[in-house]
Design a protein around this ligand. Structure first.
Ligand code: CP
Length: 308
């Protein structure tokens, strides 16, 4: 039952609920493309609270709400809010509750979305909490993979880059493990996947390996999920410098890739996927970004209106 639910971590959703969201997202595609009109969420208001920079998550949530006839109130950054005067997150969330029907929150602190959900009587969706999770990114990642491949349990997915601070990789790894995919985690040792995620996926019996050899993993890979080194999350800039540019995927590196292998990236990218890859049959990252709209339309409609 998704109506009224908070979505803070991917494990807040059962497998059945994930399937329902992805199926509903498929129905939403023509509305997301403005080929069909909908007033499903007319009169509903989304409070879009982004206390960290965002292009895709904020704009796709706001587009999703508006494509369904709803409205949006937005905060970007703490500047211009009463947080600057000392107002707490709890009181900020209580105010959103006075003015809207659902909150999407991005916050630099891991755990902030769970805290907000505890204070709120309206649903809270985590739009990314520090180095924690990004569950709606995972839903659109799963949608993108499922549109390409029928059976996720037969796939080998290589997740490369900053696996320590890259929150999208945390929720995606958990979801893919639940669905039976095998995984390669490719990163320099200092920014490998955190132990708590490895423990969780080991507990599910997921077939996985840790590696620092991206080239060696490519030939067996069906989905190559590249990520940015999260410069802003390193407490020590010297440590960032040691791993900056660790993996740069270029056309030559795809020579031994499977014909149907897709390259995904949650974006923004810096230098880890060369633009020469953009026009190839492998690139899916721009389609992936678009998929954020139908997936978030599905999520908003199921949480606010239920399965109608
Ligand atoms: N993928 C993603 O979360 O992008 P933004 O930071 O631009 O929202």
């Amino acid at each position: 039952m998704l109506k009224g639910k908070d979505i803070v971590a991917i494990n807040d959703l059962s497998q059945d609920e994930i399937e329902r969201i992805l199926n509903k997202a498929r129905e939403m595609v023509p509305i997301a493309r403005a080929e069909k009109k909908s007033r499903l969420l007319e009169g509903r208001i989304l409070a879009s609270f982004f206390f960290e920079p965002s292009t895709r998550t904020r704009l796709s949530f706001e587009t999703a709400m508006q494509r369904l006839g709803g409205s949006v109130i937005t905060v970007t950054g703490q500047e211009g809010t009463s947080i600057i005067k000392g107002e707490t997150l709890a009181d900020t969330v209580r105010m959103a509750e006075c003015f809207s029907d659902i909150i999407v929150l991005r916050h630099p602190r891991e755990g902030a979305a769970r805290l907000a959900a505890g204070f709120s009587n309206i649903p809270v969706i985590n739009g990314g909490d520090g180095a924690g999770q990004h569950p709606t990114q995972t839903l659109l990642d799963l949608f993108t993979i499922k549109e390409e491949f029928n059976d996720i349990s037969k796939l080998h997915v290589t997740i490369a880059g900053d696996l320590k601070y890259g929150r999208t990789t945390h929720s995606l790894s958990v979801a893919l493990s639940r669905m039976g995919a095998s995984l390669s985690f490719v990163a320099p040792p200092t920014i490998q996947m955190p132990d708590h995620i490895l423990d969780e996926i080991s507990g599910m019996g997921a077939d996985h390996e840790l590696s620092s050899d991206l080239m060696g993993c490519i030939p067996k890979t069906d989905v190559l999920y590249m990520t940015r080194i999260q410069k802003e999350r390193f407490p020590d800039f010297e440590e960032y410098i040691k791993v900056a540019g660790a993996f740069r995927l270029d056309l030559d590196m795809l020579e031994n890739a499977k014909k149907g292998m897709i390259v995904m990236h949650p974006l923004p990218r810096v230098d880890e996927v060369h633009p020469d890859i953009d026009p190839t049959e492998h690139a899916r990252y721009f389609q992936q970004a678009f998929n954020g709209v139908p997936v978030r339309m599905a999520l908003l409609s199921l949480i606010l209106e239920g399965d109608i």
